[in-house]
Write a protein that binds this ligand. Sequence first.
Ligand SMILES: Nc1ncnc2c1ncn2[C@@H]1O[C@H](COP(=O)(O)OP(=O)(O)OP(=O)(O)O)[C@@H](O)[C@H]1O
Ligand SMILES: Nc1ncnc2c1ncn2[C@@H]1O[C@H](COP(=O)(O)OP(=O)(O)OP(=O)(O)O)[C@@H](O)[C@H]1O
Ligand SMILES: [Mg+2]
Ligand SMILES: [Mg+2]
Lengths: 255, 255
Amino acid sequence: QARIISIANQKGGVGKTTTAISLAAVLAEHGKQTLLCDLDPQAHATIGLGYQKNQAQNSISEVLLDGVPASDALFKTRIENLFLLPANSNALGIEVQLIDAENRETILKRSLDSIRYKYDYILLDCPPSLGFLTVNALTASDSVLIPMQCEFLAMEGLVQLLNTIAHVQKSLNPSLGIEGIVLTMHDARTKLSREVETEIRQYFEGRIRVFESVIPRSIKLSEAPSHGVPITQYANLTAGAWSYTNLGEELMGIE
Amino acid sequence: QARIISIANQKGGVGKTTTAISLAAVLAEHGKQTLLCDLDPQAHATIGLGYQKNQAQNSISEVLLDGVPASDALFKTRIENLFLLPANSNALGIEVQLIDAENRETILKRSLDSIRYKYDYILLDCPPSLGFLTVNALTASDSVLIPMQCEFLAMEGLVQLLNTIAHVQKSLNPSLGIEGIVLTMHDARTKLSREVETEIRQYFEGRIRVFESVIPRSIKLSEAPSHGVPITQYANLTAGAWSYTNLGEELMGIE
Ligand SMILES: Nc1ncnc2c1ncn2[C@@H]1O[C@H](COP(=O)(O)OP(=O)(O)OP(=O)(O)O)[C@@H](O)[C@H]1O
Ligand SMILES: Nc1ncnc2c1ncn2[C@@H]1O[C@H](COP(=O)(O)OP(=O)(O)OP(=O)(O)O)[C@@H](O)[C@H]1O
Ligand SMILES: [Mg+2]
Ligand SMILES: [Mg+2]
């Protein structure tokens, strides 16, 4: 029975997709049956794994809008144990299209419930917003993983996300937990970066897990998606690769 | 009569606010009467100039929601020739609150028309979305300046923005022009960064100006807002400062 984890943060460009792809690859490489669902109409997770945006017959749009079963939209990737449910730009207008639909926040949950027995992990890559797609993801999830960039005002953006999580816990999914915060694009030489890391760890001490693994700013991590492969296949001996491997091991509970 | 320029891009974290603050400071330092309007409920431009988020009596929210005159919300900053119309989080629900309002896309335009004779430049710092606030900004503007990060898939995000601009030109503001694209957070050592820059310049050759000034990734630029001052006051001899000074001179037409 899969553990379903949303990768969410309404701020743009904080490393949600990079975390989703890299973590999915690490889990798969450790022998876990892993499904990555691309919930962003930008389809960056789909593209970053080497597939084209509007090419697949069925995508997350058809699953949410047309009731196509998830098993008819997902496919096996070139990476062993890793499956992808791709996105396309049809999901762009989805909030408006489903505005009157019954139980619209649980569409994804009901769709994933039918296939979750096949996987160990299902990761949901969310778009940079707290709208329909992210709420569906949170409603369908066991937990949410929050990538945060170590920059001035990073904490401010978290307030809104935590409010949304609390709202979902209260009215849609009481079992939603917070998997933890992962610090991304960290530049250890920068005083500001180190100060923000310290502030975040102190603030959440005892309340929300902040993973020990910190993802460094890495040129290789920014290049991997343009080659359509995860970092562990693109440059496995670099800091970007082993920081995500360490994160995956922390997640799986391997010490 | 002020030139009104929107700083817009729906992608998060691409340097809109940093560009708005830095450019406003450069223009003011060159003796131009400059007004910076913070249109983002996150209020990062307000905070980056050293002011607190929900402290001001009147902000952009009161101007747009309650019809408070812009002159009652803006104030002179500590920087000579630079004025600020701050934001606060009241603007968070603004789209919903004004959903039935008459002529809601021109509220900002009508408000700025009454004060534009006082300034040489009015810069509008937009939030990372193509919703109500950005549409109001574009409708009120002579032109739009687009910060773009030199990363994989940067071009893709531009399509939506250009569509929105075309839509505004067609139905709300036929005189809206595109001031140009400014490349931000550029890492000249990175092959990907240089490839994306080349791609952008070639693609828009003869159609949209791509400024010669490229803003480098700079630790000082990320630190300045935490000190509440623009880069030209924080670290005027660094690459971050002179690249924005060059950008300002390109904008003003000084060679
Ligand atoms: N650790 C890192 N080092 C260097 N570049 C990175 C790192 N993590 C991500 N990037 C790059 O930064 C950009 C944004 O990352 P990513 O797409 O993962 O963020 P995101 O939160 O999913 O963005 P969005 O909000 O648009 O969905 C991408 O170009 C990516 O390749
Ligand atoms: N050239 C640069 N070098 C290093 N850091 C930068 C640079 N430009 C911006 N930053 C930092 O990157 C982060 C995002 O920049 P900024 O706030 O200007 O982007 P934005 O597009 O306004 O974001 P948002 O979409 O949230 O409004 C900030 O922490 C900022 O200090
Ligand atoms: Mg993403
Ligand atoms: Mg901003």
